[in-house]
Design a protein around this ligand. Structure first.
Ligand SMILES: Nc1ncnc2c1ncn2[C@@H]1O[C@H](COP(=O)(O)OP(=O)(O)OP(=O)(O)O)[C@@H](O)[C@H]1O
Length: 781
């Protein structure tokens, strides 16, 4: 028998949903009980004919088939699947969640969903009591927001070039508003303090934030805004384009994300209505571009946390980076509120011509994170394509794009450009202090200037906010330098690592091959080390970061990386950065070093420097510390000193570590050489097969040996290394293992030990630096 009922009015939908969710678990076992409640059933809306003169009373009718009614003793009714039909066929399915949202750094989907994902509809089966509190809070917040909204007008609706900034809110309305926020906060925060142990966030009061954001900040324990947040958030909320410069780790992500979420909350009613109708009609509010995949993932995680901690905020984040399934990302993008991605993949997806460009043209915010990098290297073509697509006149697909070189109109969106470093030229242009080059932009293609134009700010001059013009480096950062012979970098690196046990350390090199070699070398020395470079598969990259950064990871974990990890990565508890190779640019030094001493913490950055690198280091440090150096020069007379602290590694340590290092190097060189020979061999064999000739590796090696050019010595060494037998390798490993099983003795004789002049108990308790035996002065750094 088919059953019909009147559809719940919208106001009751939330309550009904709640009941449905609670009923879900019962429903799962309903085969045992045999009966279901009205809200457990999979009601279908009754379709109305297009032409029906008087449909009143019929709209909203719902029906279900395959159901029998069971009358209860109390007069109520229950429902049951008709005989022969599975109960499953009549139960309302769980809310839709395709599980596409980003699930954190983990490769496994199930256990470790990201906060953003946890907020997805299917995952919102929260406890009843929490939910009802949230409903109450939502109503309070909504009323508050409506009150606020009636007092202020967002500027984003109208924007001729000169106009811009949102009409300043009248003073008294701001005060009234802040009072109303506090009133809202007093309810919301009270609830959450009980549940979530939040912190006092009154220091954020002047920033015109919603009660939802206050709650999120409280839960995230961000008691006060950082300088860049304090300066940028009001400017962005007022509708300005913003160029923000602040040191590494100073909270730039939230400086642009909070206003985006505020905008989302403002628009929520509308968004929810849209998604009720169809996700197809939904367009994202923000596109955030990042130079690396890891940074994009991290941005997703950070924003996801903000969303997850913000009551009743279900903004969807789509992560669009290479190395992941393109189809999945396409689906995510279609329903996203916030899109975060790397330019290459974002363009790859937009250019599929499935109407996504049209959606992206409606974004309210374009964020260019690590802007100096995105605008000046590597990503040029994709950035150009994306920016062209965002502003092209007729909505259409890619085919229209070539005719798009006409004068562009100012965009409706806000453009937010952030970095810790802007080269002087870029900075001046962004700040509107230097003129754009005249002439046809087409002649000027391929230049950063061309891209800057393409950013198409809505304002003539974006607001340039530089919160630390004096120094680019984080306040808690100490910078040191270890000078050593060129051929001894490995042993000095190892020494520094042993000097700082229980330090989570990030080692930067300038090449992928160096990452591979150093990782293997440190592995051979039994250190907990992971690698990160751009030739690794995406999953392996994320796995390395996760293993290195996990709170449960070994506190002495080491990550060896190229500059792919230099920008933006926010890994808690990184204590030490080691530059194994001197960075190629001053900006790279700033960003690498910025992986430590973040969010007000302290940290160390140490350059390992060979004699022929000293000049380069001096130049680099001079650029970064020009103001500091100038001040010192003014007071102390001319100084050519590198403004980094020189660290003296005890020579005894280096001497005692050499035997270990030499064994580890032989093992590593041999492993790498064997891998190389195998790869070469396979390649040559395949090439010979293609040519239909016999391949004889010995003959080939002999012919190679005849050359006397440069690199012959290296080839010979590689060949020798690759020829170490399994037995020889095992012998080397055993010898190294034996050395590693002992502490490095830096001057304690047996006589000394037995004479009781050493605290054996303390040693056994593992106090002090347990890598060494004997007294070692710690590095005063
Ligand atoms: N107001 C705040 N109070 C305390 N911690 C904060 C605050 N805002 C952000 N943080 C934390 O500071 C850390 C650094 O933030 P974020 O990654 O945004 O820095 P950043 O300025 O973008 O750095 P980078 O230039 O290296 O990309 C993060 O762990 C973040 O959670």
């Amino acid at each position: 028998m088919g059953q019909k009922r009147a559809r719940e009015p919208k106001a009751q939908a939330a309550e009904a949903n709640k009941r449905k969710k609670a009923a879900k678990s019962d429903a799962a076992s309903s085969d045992d009980y045999g009966s279901l409640g009205v809200d457990d059933l999979n009601w279908k809306e009754v379709a109305m004919p297009d032409r029906m003169d008087d449909a009143e009373g019929f709209f909203g009718l719902e029906e279900i088939e395959g159901v029998d009614i069971i009358k209860q003793n109390d007069g109520g009714v229950q429902f049951k699947a008709k005989a022969g039909k599975p109960t499953k066929s009549i139960i309302k399915p769980p809310s839709e969640d395709d599980g596409d949202e980003w699930a954190g750094f983990s490769d496994e989907d199930s256990a470790k969903k990201s906060p953003a994902t946890e907020k997805s509809p299917a995952a919102t089966e929260v406890k009843e009591d929490k939910k009802s509190k949230k409903d109450k809070k939502k109503e309070q917040n909504k009323a508050k927001k409506e009150e606020q909204n009636s007092k202020e007008q967002k500027p984003k609706e109208q924007k001729p070039k000169e106009q811009k900034p949102k009409e300043q809110k009248p003073k008294e309305s701001k005060a009234a508003q802040s009072q109303s926020i506090k009133a809202g906060l007093s309810f919301a925060a009270l609830d959450d303090v009980e549940e979530d142990d939040g912190v006092d966030v009154s220091a954020w009061d002047g920033l015109n934030l919603s009660p939802e954001t206050f709650t999120a900040l409280s839960k995230m324990k961000f008691s006060s805004p950082s300088a860049i947040q304090k300066a940028s958030i009001p400017a962005i909320l007022d509708g300005h384009d913003v160029v923000g410069k602040a040191s590494t780790g100073s909270g730039k992500t939230l400086a642009f994300s909070i206003p985006i979420i505020e905008h989302y909350l403002d628009q929520r009613g509308k968004q929810e209505e849209q998604s009720d109708k169809s996700d197809k009609n939904k367009s994202p509010i923000a596109l955030i571009l990042s130079p690396t995949r890891e940074l994009a993932h991290q941005l997703g995680k950070h924003i996801g946390e903000l969303i997850a901690n913000s009551p009743d905020t279900n903004a969807r984040v789509a992560l669009i980076t290479g190395g992941m399934s393109i189809q999945k990302q396409q689906r995510q993008l279609a329903t996203a509120d916030i899109v975060i991605g790397t330019p290459g993949r974002v363009w790859e997806i937009l250019s599929t011509g499935t109407g996504l460009i049209r959606k992206m043209q409606k974004i309210q915010f374009l964020v260019v994170d690590e802007a100096d990098r995105l605008l000046s290297e590597g990503h040029f073509k994709e950035m150009e394509d994306i920016l062209n697509a965002l502003d092209k006149h007729q909505a259409g697909d890619i085919a229209d794009m070539d005719q798009e070189e006409e004068e562009e109109e100012p965009s409706n969106r806000q453009t937010l450009v952030f970095s810790a470093t802007f080269h002087k030229d870029l900075q001046q242009k962004l700040a509107g202090k230097s003129r754009w080059a005249s002439g046809d932009m087409l002649d000027n293609k391929e230049s950063m200037e061309y891209l800057l134009k393409k950013l198409n700010f809505r304002e003539e001059k974006p607001k340039f906010i530089d919160v630390n013009p004096e120094s680019q480096m984080a306040i808690g950062l100490k910078e040191g330098i270890v000078e050593c012979p060129a051929m001894e970098k490995d042993v000095y690196l190892y020494s520094v690592l042993l000097y700082y046990p229980k330090h989570r350390t990030l080692i930067f090199t300038n090449s992928i091959s160096a990452v591979r070699r150093i990782t293997q070398l440190l592995q051979a020395l039994q250190l907990p080390v992971f690698a990160l470079h751009s030739n690794m598969a995406q999953k392996a990259r994320l796995r390395s970061i996760e293993r290195f950064s996990s709170p449960t990871a070994n506190p002495s974990s080491i990550l060896v990386a190229t500059d792919v990890a230099a920008r933006g990565l926010d890994i808690k508890g990184v204590n030490c950065i080691i530059h194994y190779h001197v960075p190629r640019t001053a900006d790279a030094y700033v960003h690498r070093s910025g992986r430590t001493a973040r969010a007000g913490e302290s940290g160390k950055s140490i350059l390992i420097c060979a004699p022929d690198e000293v000049v380069g280091v001096a130049r680099l440090a001079g650029k970064i510390h020009s103001k500091k150096a100038k001040k010192a020069d003014d007071s102390d007379g001319p100084s050519k000193k590198i403004p980094l602290e020189s660290l003296d590694i005890d020579r005894r340590v280096v001497a005692r570590l050499r035997p270990r290092m030499s064994l580890a190097k032989r093992i590593t060189d041999s492993t790498i050489a064997k891998e190389k020979v195998n790869t070469e061999d396979n390649w040559l064999r395949a090439a010979a097969d293609d040519l239909g000739v016999e391949y004889d590796s010995d003959e080939f090696d002999q012919s190679k040996g005849r050359g006397r050019g440069r690199g012959g010595g290296r080839e010979r060494r590689e060949k020798e290394a690759s020829e170490l037998s399994k037995g020889e390798m095992a012998g080397l490993r055993a010898e190294l293992k034996q050395l590693l099983s002992q502490r490095v003795n830096i001057g304690v004789s047996e006589k000394y030990l037995t004479a009781g002049r050493i605290d054996i108990d303390a040693l056994l308790r593992g106090e002090g630096n347990d890598a060494f035996l004997g007294h070692l002065d710690p590095l005063t750094f």
